[in-house]
Design a protein around this ligand. Structure first.
Ligand SMILES: Nc1ncnc2c1ncn2[C@@H]1O[C@H](COP(=O)(O)OP(=O)(O)OP(=O)(O)O)[C@@H](O)[C@H]1O
Ligand SMILES: O=C(O)[C@@H](O)C(=O)CO
Length: 429
């Protein structure tokens, strides 16, 4: 590993699309950032950077395993001099009462010996705001948003003080917007009051980027924070303002075209992705996998690859497992939620592998778990961050991969505009 200097910021992301979302935010805010897949191997050559985002696939695994993996990432980042660590979670607080936000936060807090942790999933640029501890997705509370139908972690409570308290061993408090609006010292005073009351984690309201800047300043007094890209923005701006990081300079390698066939894979069943797939049908061939056949065996994967190979020479293609909430529920009731999800993710990974063997070096993937399965199968160790396709979604240039030059876009399920797949490919020459 050739990371020179000390890291200004170390990040642990609980999924791969979330990691690239955060890496994008940090890069745009002026931090030289690299995204690694898992804890990097010692011989992985990376450029000199201010921030490393270690991508884990720990959002939906057993909580104990999520804790172990997050602590390994933490140890690696602290070993590289990171004074502050951000545990990057989803801006829609994706989790269940069993975890994994609470258990990982508790373990990292114990390691960091912070009395209290600031927690906010707010990311106003993508419509995620927190008011009185309640998370809004656009104009509706979390529990009325499409997240109520998420295939792995349906969200039924928008009050994050309650949600986090159910997952954590510490008491959870609130720093409200009125306090934030009075500035960093008012937030510090509120945190001191909460700490005296035995509270170890505070959900922090945030509606505008200026709120995140205040949160970023205060968070730097601590060794750990928890949140989505918004708090990343606040931390990055605070670090740049304190001149602990040099402004980013564009990397020529990021702009070099890769060329060759391009493909898109969609495993996300979010409303946003379903609409993006419908729009892609107008401009590229789209194959809808049959989830029942995917769960039954490998034939559906072979069918998809044969279909793709017939078309790749003529332009981009899209292969999707995505279905409506009713159809997802039907498949899950027959096979179980985790078994169905896992089988479909592995099929997507098999298809990605076959596509790359057929010459695809430009790949767009929709869905965090899906992206995790694909990137693992392709054995890509890390990414540099290129152009921004949509809020939270950058073009990624694989580094240290054994398969030659490759560009990818890993899209969080709910992100991107209606023409996302075309928008992405246009920025991935
Ligand atoms: N037709 C389907 N029926 C049941 N499950 C499906 C189907 N298609 C995909 N899945 C599973 O649903 C899950 C979707 O999760 P994924 O993280 O990829 O998307 P997302 O949750 O929308 O994205 P993000 O985590 O970035 O918000 C995966 O486990 C996937 O395998
Ligand atoms: O924060 C978000 O919403 C995304 O980066 C993400 O993690 C979705 O999987």
């Amino acid at each position: 590993m050739t990371l020179a200097g000390h890291l200004s910021l170390g990040c642990i992301a609980d999924d791969y699309t979330g990691a690239s979302d955060l890496a994008n935010t940090l890069t745009r805010a002026g931090l030289r950032t690299v995204q690694t897949i898992g804890v990097p191997a010692d011989d992985l050559a990376l450029p000199e950077v201010d921030a490393v985002v270690v991508s884990l696939k720990s959002r939906s695994i057993e909580a104990g395993l999520a804790v172990t993996r997050s602590r390994a990432a933490e140890a690696w980042l602290r070993g590289r001099g990171a004074k502050h660590i951000l545990f990057k979670i989803c801006s829609t607080f994706d989790s269940t009462d069993a975890g994994n936000i609470g258990p990982v936060m508790d373990a990292l807090r114990a390691d960091s010996r912070d009395a209290i942790v600031l927690v906010t999933p707010a990311f106003p640029e993508t419509g995620r705001t927190v008011y009185q501890g309640n998370l809004f997705v656009g104009s509706v509370p979390l529990n009325e948003s499409p997240l109520k139908d998420h295939p792995l972690n349906p969200m039924h409570d928008s009050n994050l003080v309650r949600v986090l308290a159910r997952q954590s061993t510490t008491k959870v408090g609130l720093v409200d917007l009125a306090t934030l609006s009075r500035g960093a010292d008012a937030v510090r005073a509120k945190l001191a009051e909460l700490t005296q009351g035995g509270i170890g984690a505070a959900i922090v309201d945030a509606v505008f980027d200026r709120d995140l800047e205040t949160i970023g300043q205060v968070a730097l007094d601590h060794r750990l924070s928890v949140g989505a890209s918004g708090i990343g923005l606040g931390l990055a701006r605070a670090l740049v303002a304190a001149s602990k990081a040099k402004p980013d300079t564009a990397d020529a390698m990021l702009a070099t075209p890769v060329g060759g066939p391009a493909a898109c894979l969609a495993g996300s069943c979010s409303q946003a992705t379903l609409r993006q797939i419908a729009n892609a049908e107008k401009v590229m061939p789209v194959l809808h996998l049959d989830p029942e056949r995917v769960v039954a065996g490998k034939d559906e994967t072979q069918r998809a690859l044969a279909w793709a190979r017939d078309r790749l020479g003529a332009g981009p293609i899209l292969i999707a497992s995505s279905s409506t909430p009713d159809q997802v529920a039907a498949v899950q009731s027959r096979h179980g939620r985790d078994a169905a999800g896992h089988a479909i993710e592995q099929a997507m990974a098999d298809i990605a592998d076959g596509l790359v063997q057929s010459g695809v070096h430009r790949l767009v993937v929709a869905g965090g778990e899906t992206s995790g399965a694909v990137v693992d199968r392709l054995r890509i160790p890390g990414f540099l961050v290129g152009a921004e396709i949509a809020a939270g979604v950058p073009v990624l240039r694989a580094v240290g991969a054994g398969r030659g030059e490759m560009v990818l876009a890993l899209k969080s399920g709910n992100f991107g505009g209606p023409e996302f797949f075309s928008d992405a490919l246009a920025l991935m020459p």
